[in-house]
Design a protein around this ligand. Structure first.
Ligand SMILES: Nc1nc2c(ncn2[C@@H]2O[C@H](COP(=O)(O)OP(=O)(O)OP(=O)(O)O)[C@@H](O)[C@H]2O)c(=O)[nH]1
Ligand SMILES: [Mg+2]
Length: 280
């Protein structure tokens, strides 16, 4: 870089090795064409030995070095928790107001292996973008910021999607696995799949079978009892009756929880019934 030597003593950032982006790790050479020509006898075997190295260089060659420096003054960074994701914009609550934050490009590069380097529940440090505000809906504007740092996650709920692990929520203690007694049909094997993800993520699982008003043959009650017998908390709830909502409130008290489950089982309805302030 031309400007490097002329600026006098300059604070250099730290060198960090990061994975190459997927599209950069593609071979630049069309290997199949070379193989084809070799098979057709156009390339002598001896020539190939002299000119081609077939030894893999290992992981080192698949990394690149980036310089991580102070882009803004750390002393001014604020702390907050990501409370919503809207595309690449994270909404960060600092305890007083909610900021619309993008993610510093260098941070994105360092976390390139992850589909979303920032997830709901992440504890972050961010810098304010001087005087900027971002329109997040027709009626809502938020102060703008840039996420500079993401704290290590204590727990994570992930799903495997498009050959990558996607973090759905970070730093929650409890995951409420929601199913419906009916509409959609209760599928107990799905509960087990969620249980595996919740245990891997180090969270406490709570099983909730909602729409118990539709459990006419008692199958949902039997499924819940089966999980209770092996030590899980399994609640039967109904938003319409209502039923089991106080029990659910007590179960969730004093912890950060995430509601997971298929579409239509009543997660939003449950949350709105548990706390009227949540409907917005
Ligand atoms: N009968 C009955 N219907 C319910 C109950 N809870 C919710 N519903 C209905 O089920 C439908 C789906 O509820 P939602 O709360 O939107 O479901 P959701 O899990 O949030 O769905 P997604 O947002 O798509 O993931 C709505 O029509 C609700 O009125 C219940 O306890 N009993
Ligand atoms: Mg919903």
């Amino acid at each position: 870089m031309a400007g490097k030597k002329s600026g006098g003593p300059r604070k250099r950032g730290k060198k960090v090795r990061v994975d190459l982006r997927r599209n950069r790790s593609k071979s630049v050479r069309d290997k199949s064409a070379w193989t084809k020509r070799f098979e057709e006898g156009a390339i002598e075997q001896d020539d190939a030995r002299k000119s081609e190295s077939v030894r893999a260089k290992g992981d080192l060659s698949r990394k690149r070095t980036i310089i991580v420096g102070d882009e803004t003054d750390e002393a001014t960074w604020r702390r907050g928790t990501v409370v919503a994701m809207r595309g690449l914009v994270a909404e960060v609550d600092d305890g007083q107001e909610v900021w619309a934050c993008t993610v510093r490009r260098l941070l994105r590069t360092r976390l390139i292996g992850e589909r979303h380097p920032v997830a709901i529940g992440d504890r972050v440090r961010f810098s304010a973008v001087g005087g900027g505000s971002r329109k997040v809906s027709e009626s809502k504007e938020m102060a703008e910021g840039v996420i500079e740092e993401v704290a290590d996650r204590i727990t994570t709920l992930t799903r495997h999607y498009d050959r990558r692990d996607q973090v759905i929520a970070a730093n929650v203690n409890c995951a409420v696995i929601c199913m419906a007694a009916d509409e959609p049909t209760l599928r107990p094997h799905l509960i087990d799949r969620y249980l595996v993800a919740v245990h891997i993520g180090d969270m406490r699982p709570v099983i909730c079978i909602n729409k118990s008003d539709l459990d006419r043959d008692g199958v949902a009650a039997e499924v819940a009892a089966r999980y209770t017998r092996i030590g899980y908390t399994a609640l039967l709830t109904s938003v319409t009756e209502p039923r089991g909502l106080n029990e659910m409130r007590d179960t969730l008290c004093d912890q950060t929880s995430v509601f997971v489950g298929p579409s239509g089982v009543g997660k939003s309805s449950l949350l709105n019934s548990l706390d009227r302030n949540l409907s917005r």
